[in-house]
Write a protein that binds this ligand. Structure first.
Ligand code: FUC
Length: 824
């Protein structure tokens, strides 16, 4: 422990930022969460994960409680939700909408346009925690007592999470003995490890038990010969359908120790008496078949055993784990101005942030967002759900599912820019798996003329695509269209033609659904979606005091489908196919409604200038075109951009966690860095009320975003927001420092990616870009907007130098070609 501490101090004193504030320590605080006491709530514990397995240790001294997760552990099962009443009632619903009778249309939907069975509970299922691991310690010269009676003082307590290494630690001293625990979830060996040490012989004694609030049976497998025994926790979740078994899971734990005496029993778990060093090794599997991995039948048991065996032979796998994590984590770096508050424990840093500026907290948040993403998914796994990978109960809020009217999308916003491109695979695979179900839903809900596939506003691992059970929020049917924007984005960043070929049928199928089902509204003859809703917001029709949500052609649908059609058209031209279909889409696009500005000066959310029920509503769906879409910008559409500003001012700077995160991105796209920073501060507002301990919107002590409750989308949205403040590339050019807050006056980043296949490093001083290095991953011509405040730029490519003074710098780069840009 002492050595580790010394190393830590060395890092603190050696690093300084760009030489500007030498007295202030340093880069280590950009990559570390740390605390001086054990966690008292789960949202203070430290998340670890390898994209499939997760654990969150609380660092308790007498009892360590660790919640374990496995990303595919869901109750429920695949089921048929097709409701034939839906397509039969569709013409009547549309007619009511044409007549302005939205309330009547919504009522008719309640009785007909709903899934055959209610999707919450039942077969829809929910994401569940895997298990609780409790480790009870006894310390030398004392019998194990309750913590109240145990008066031996604990000194030098510290627990921390190193984001660079993806390893968490707890260390403390008790009765002159140093104890240290080290936790990590190995990426390459696919196991969870807890490494425990004591500085004195025979000082380490504990008993480790596995349990689960329900559906968990503990048993043990005795070791053979010298091999240690294995503790097992197994169970079968509810399928939601009587007589059908749900998903099976198995957790296995083994102890390897140096010194001491081991014992294992189903009743007492695994115990170690008077040891000095020990490793608890855990693995888990479920019977869910993801991406070709066959865990059906008993195969999952074999997989679990072989994993454990592999590890018992190689307990020292920390180094390879760190190396593997760093291949992702080290791709990007960000440094922002430090202040003296940055050395505080993370919980105090968050509290202090309400009083004083601390730009480096944004760098930590950005790094934490990248860390969480790397930890919560990986190719072959599932995408991060509403809580990423981490859930601490068997009933997870909103079923811990994949909401598709903002949440799963926001989860993926930071990904490409942060250079984690291959982590798109789980989302891509999830979308592809949804298609057969989405085709079925298209036909049963919208009629036999409906082509392609549709996904409404939520899904799960069981390929759910039907509308939600309450049409007021469940009618939105552009979830799939929005996900297609992500597939397109991946293509834009990577320019990978093979990927485009693979996803073209997905995009085309999504567009075919809308092409075959959109209708002409009677007033202007515009082509619109009907019925649908603007996610979760409600409005009043005329003087009717009843709020209603069901409508035709809300602005968000128009924007999403404009992009979807445009992307399909572009794909047909790149892939040289389907020219006739592209021509039809072009014709349809001409009949879409325009984006409208309301009489109040804000961007209109619906086709009509309805009064909304809640002016502060968390969803700001109609600004999709500003972010993450690319239909509105201060340069290209100044009037619409201004209307967006009015909308945001009216909505206010509060909202749920993810809503605040989205607003950071909106203001970054509007080029207002200081306002984006204000919203970031609102996102970081301490979520736990110090007096009542109740949870509000903002950020928990472990930097998890609070909706409330914990929802990870806000973390990913906020991470994307920090990126958007520093680098944008959605308008056909690279925009350096598009929304720099005044307090971020000096800093640097490297490794951020821009669309077109390019990597960007940048250094800035006193609010002005100084030097950039652009590296092309594929050859091309890249346009860079002259950064704010810069008069002249010099570009050096391959020893050749060129000077620029205009508005844009155009660079032709070969593959791996590098350009060094200096700015004056
Ligand atoms: C959306 C939001 C809610 C919540 C839920 C999981 O429907 O409107 O605020 O985030 O997803």
């Amino acid at each position: 422990m002492k050595t580790l501490f010394a190393f830590f101090l060395l890092l603190v004193t050696c690093n300084s930022v760009m030489g500007t504030i030498p007295a202030i320590p340093a880069d280590v605080y950009n990559h570390q969460l740390y605390y001086t006491a054990p966690a008292t709530i789960w949202e203070e514990t430290l998340p670890l994960g390898n994209g499939r397995l997760g654990m969150m240790p609380d660092g308790g001294v007498d009892r360590e409680h660790i919640v374990l997760n496995e990303i595919s552990l869901w109750s429920g099962m695949e089921a048929d939700y097709g409701n034939p009443d839906a397509s039969r009632s569709l013409p009547a619903i549309q007619q009511l909408l044409f007549e302005g009778k939205n309330k009547e249309a919504q009522e008719l939907m309640y009785s007909s346009f709903v899934p055959k069975k209610p999707e919450s509970g039942g077969t829809y299922g929910n994401y569940q925690m895997l298990a609780d691991l409790n480790i009870d310690f006894s310390f030398p010269h004392r019998r194990k007592t309750t913590s109240e009676n145990d008066t031996a003082p604990v000194t030098d307590y510290r627990r921390w999470l190193d984001l660079r290494d993806a390893v968490a630690y707890t260390s403390f001293t008790k009765e002159g003995i140093d104890y240290q625990r080290e936790y990590f979830t190995s990426r390459d060996k696919d196991v969870m490890i807890i490494h425990l040490t004591a500085s004195r012989r025979r000082a380490l004694s504990f008993s480790a038990q596995l349990s689960r609030p329900k559906q968990g049976v503990v048993s043990m497998l005795p070791g053979i010969g010298k091999e240690e025994g294995t503790l097992l926790l197994e169970g079968t979740l509810d399928s939601g359908k009587p007589g059908r078994e749900g998903m099976k899971y198995r957790v296995a734990m083994r102890l390897i120790s140096k010194g001491g005496k081991q014992n294992i029993s189903a009743e007492r778990g695994i115990t170690l008496t008077q040891g000095r060093e020990a490793w608890l090794v855990l693995s888990a599997t479920t019977s869910y078949a993801a991406s070709g991995t066959d865990f059906s039948g008993n195969r999952y048991k074999e997989v679990c055993d072989s994993l454990l065996n592999a590890v018992t032979q190689h307990v020292q796998i920390k180094e390879s784990h760190i190396a593997s994590h760093r291949t992702f984590y080290d791709r990007v770096s960000l440094t922002l101005p430090f202040t003296e508050d940055d050395v505080l424990p993370t919980n105090e840093r968050i509290t202090r942030f309400t009083e004083r500026e601390s730009p480096a907290l944004a760098a930590l948040y950005y790094n934490y967002g990248r860390y969480l993403f790397i930890s919560s998914t990986r190719p072959g796994s599932l995408p991060p759900n509403l809580q990423g990978l981490w859930a601490n109960g068997v009933e997870t809020p909103w079923n811990g599912d994949y909401h598709t009217n903002i949440n799963i999308q926001m989860n993926h916003w930071p990904l490409e820019q942060a250079g984690l491109s291959e982590l798109y695979q789980p989302l891509t695979a999830l979308i592809e798996r949804l298609i057969p179900s989405g085709e079925e839903t298209a036909r049963t809900f919208y009629g036999t003329h409906a082509q392609g596939w549709v996904l409404h506003m939520m899904t799960n691992i069981w390929n759910y695509t039907a509308p939600g059970e309450h049409p007021s929020w469940g009618a939105t049917n552009t979830g799939g269209a929005w996900l297609c924007a992500h597939l397109w984005e991946h293509y834009q960043y990577t320019q990978d033609i093979e990927f485009l070929k693979r996803i073209y049928p997905v995009l085309k199928g999504a567009s075919e659904f809308f092409y075959s089902t959109m209708v002409r509204e009677p007033k202007h003859g515009w082509l619109v979606t009907a019925p649908t809703s603007s996610p979760e917001n409600a409005f009043f029709v005329g003087n009717d005091p009843t709020p209603v949500s069901v409508c035709m052609g809300p602005t968000m649908d128009v924007q999403l489908l404009t992009e979807l059609y445009t992307n399909v058209i572009e794909a047909t031209s790149i892939l040289e196919c389907d020219a006739d279909y592209a021509a039809k889409l072009r014709e349809a696009l001409d009949k879409f409604p325009p984006m409208q500005i309301s009489k109040g000066g804000y961007l209109q959310e619906w086709l009509e200038d309805y009064k909304e029920q809640d002016v502060h509503h968390r969803h700001v769906s109609h600004l999709y075109g500003l972010h993450p879409g690319n239909l509105i910008s201060p340069d290209a559409t100044p009037e619409l951009a201004n209307a967006c500003r009015e909308t945001l001012n009216r909505r206010g700077d509060g909202g749920t966690g993810w809503s605040r995160a989205w607003k950071v991105n909106f203001w970054a796209r509007l080029g207002d860095g200081d306002r984006a920073w204000t919203l970031f501060k609102s996102l970081l507002y301490p979520a736990v009320d110090p007096q009542t301990k109740r949870h509000g919107s903002g950020t928990f002590p472990n930097l998890f975003c609070s909706h409330p409750p914990f929802q990870i989308d806000g973390n990913y949205g906020g991470t994307a927001g920090v990126g958007e403040m520093l680098l944008q590339s959605h308008e056909g050019f690279i925009h350096l420092l598009p929304a720099l807050p005044k307090s971020w006056h000096t800093g640097n980043f490297y490794g951020m990616k821009a669309r077109g296949g390019i990597s960007v490093d940048l250094e800035w001083k006193n609010g002005k870009a100084v030097k950039a290095i652009l590296t092309a991953t594929i050859p091309g011509i890249f346009h860079v907007k002259m950064p704010e405040g810069v008069i002249r730029a010099k570009a050096i490519i391959d020893g050749q130098s060129n000077n620029y003074t205009g508005k844009t710098i155009s660079l032709s780069l070969p593959e791996k070609g590098e350009c060094v840009l200096s700015f004056e």
